[in-house]
Design a protein around this ligand. Structure first.
Ligand code: AHR
Length: 513
């Protein structure tokens, strides 16, 4: 009898320790780490229908409401997202782009071929003024990527002078002649893009030397404007690239180091964006969650050369990458966006929040109609994707105080491999409200999370959830609100204990007051 009781207790203990995830939230707010709002940045490349048809429909468009050619529906949606920064004009396009082609009267602007993306004609009707004025309309900070691959130091210096110089100079004169008297004071400058690939197939050593040359002249006269020079960093786990750049580039020449990492199953067989299997979903999540290890290992290298963490890690391209939608131009990278993308977004943003001591900026690739977009358009129609809704729910973390949360998660197992089912991050907003974001990536099991709260007492816990019936669900132009945040009823607060039930593949953001 006694033996039966003991074994019964043991199996119950086993059952519950498997079934319940546990976490400890340090809500004391003792630390001074902030989650930089720029982690929630976006990316607008001249690629497919991102700029043309996405952001910009032209000043003469009579079908789609716009302001100086920029879609009003897009502006309104992105303002709601509070996008902190927007990277432009690439990507690979940046190293083929000569900014002087995109200024002055539109009729006089030369046309070029967009060699990287579909070989289409680029008429340069959307250029520097169009982009920077659009950023003002959006209330967002521009992040310009300069041309290193096929440009010159002089060309990039001229660009900085054109957009940032207040006094009299050849470039500020040209800017005024083109209708803009006040400089835009652009803070964020990327020095090339992927120089190890489409940006020139360079070695790290060669790029580091080139970078120093560019950074010297970009900084000249602009450092007191708080200019941020961002070196093109590694692809995923190319730790050698980080090592060389950190070793060769003096800290006073670099404020940011970029990192690009996509959640792609296999570059030769990326799988469909909507009709994926559970195995494909699991592999995508393995790739997405790898971001945590990448940040840890790149940060460790950066710590060696920059122990005071002066240089920010800037993950200026991230997101899911699948085969393009059947029947669309393969060079346009147009893909649908399902609950799988919501899982990537929620889990990745938790990783960024939890590494906000080093990760100061990030850019989801890309904003409209390209890769893991937040918005899709079809002529006058527009829809918000599940990824949009995650970014909107998570905006509460922007510039909030980081709160550490230690989590022991159950596993999500497929094909003998395991991933943590649950991820979490937390912060305290300036108005004193604490937010906890939780993601359950498990495809078919709900997760109970028991959170022990230390250092603060709350009276209420409420929130919103993003979930759907099937992982493969997505919003369509006929049913644009199939997936959208709903009030969340699965949180119970009792004293210092918060119990949360997360349905399979769901994202929850809780508000504790
Ligand atoms: O985001 C699409 C492309 O992916 C970018 O142009 C390039 O930088 C990366 O390889």
């Amino acid at each position: 009898m006694r033996r039966t009781l003991i074994s019964c207790c043991l199996s119950l203990t086993f059952f519950f320790s498997q079934a319940q995830n546990t976490a400890t939230l340090d809500a004391s707010g003792k630390g001074d780490q902030q989650i930089n709002k720029h982690i929630y940045g976006h990316f607008a490349e001249h690629l497919g229908r991102n700029i043309y048809g996405g952001f910009y429909v032209g000043e003469d468009n009579t079908k789609i409401p716009h302001t100086n050619g920029v879609r009003n529906d897009v502006v309104e949606a992105l303002k709601r997202l509070q996008i902190p920064n927007l990277r432009w004009p690439g990507g690979c396009f940046a190293d083929t782009y000569h900014w002087k082609d995109g200024i002055g009267p539109k009729a006089d602007r030369p046309t070029i071929v967009n060699a990287w993306w579909g070989g289409v004609t680029e008429n340069n009707s959307f250029g520097t003024h169009d982009f920077l004025n659009m950023c003002e309309l959006l209330g967002t900070e521009p992040y310009l990527a300069g041309n290193v691959g096929s440009g010159t130091v002089q060309e990039m210096m001229d660009w900085v002078q054109y957009v940032n110089f207040e006094g009299q100079s050849p470039m500020s004169k040209l800017r005024r002649e083109n209708g803009r008297s006040e400089p835009w004071k652009v803070k964020y400058w990327g020095v090339g893009n992927e120089p190890w690939g489409c940006g020139g197939n360079m070695t790290a050593e060669y790029y580091a030397d080139l970078y120093k040359q560019y950074a010297t002249y970009l900084g000249k006269g602009y450092l007191d404007q708080g200019i941020v020079r961002i070196a093109s960093g590694p692809s995923s786990d190319d730790y050698a690239w980080t090592e060389v750049l950190m070793k060769k580039i003096p800290l006073h020449l670099m404020e940011g180091l970029a990192l690009h990492h996509y959640a792609v199953i296999n570059w030769d067989d990326k799988g469909p964006s909507t009709t994926f299997t559970e195995q494909q979903y699991f592999t995508t999540m393995q790739r997405a969650l790898k971001m945590d290890e990448l940040i840890q290992k790149h940060s460790a290298i950066m710590d060696k050369y920059d122990p005071e963490k002066k240089v920010g890690l800037v993950v200026d391209e991230w997101g899911g990458w699948y085969e393009v939608e059947p029947g669309t131009n393969p060079g346009f990278l147009y893909q649908q966006n399902t609950m799988r993308d919501a899982m990537i977004a929620g889990a990745t943003l938790n990783i960024f929040n939890n590494h906000s001591d080093r990760v100061r900026m990030a850019n989801l690739a890309q904003t409209i109609n390209v890769l893991q977009a937040v918005i899709l358009t079809d002529e006058e129609k527009m829809l918000l994707t599940p990824t949009y809704h995650v970014m909107e729910m998570y905006k509460v973390h922007q510039d909030a105080q980081y709160l550490p949360i230690q989590l022991q998660s159950n596993s999500y197992e497929v094909g003998g491999e395991e991933l943590p089912a649950v991820s979490a991050s937390a912060s305290k907003a300036k108005n004193g409200v604490t937010h906890v974001s939780l993601v359950n990536i498990h495809a078919d099991k709900a997760q109970e999370v028991a959170i022990q709260i230390e250092g603060s007492r709350y009276k209420t816990a409420k929130g919103r959830i993003l979930s759907s019936k099937k992982l493969q669900d997505y919003n369509t132009f006929d049913n644009p609100e199939k997936i959208k945040p709903q009030p969340f009823k699965g949180a119970k607060l009792k004293g210092d204990k918060l119990n949360v039930t997360l349905p399979p593949f769901s994202v929850v953001v809780l508000e504790l007051t």
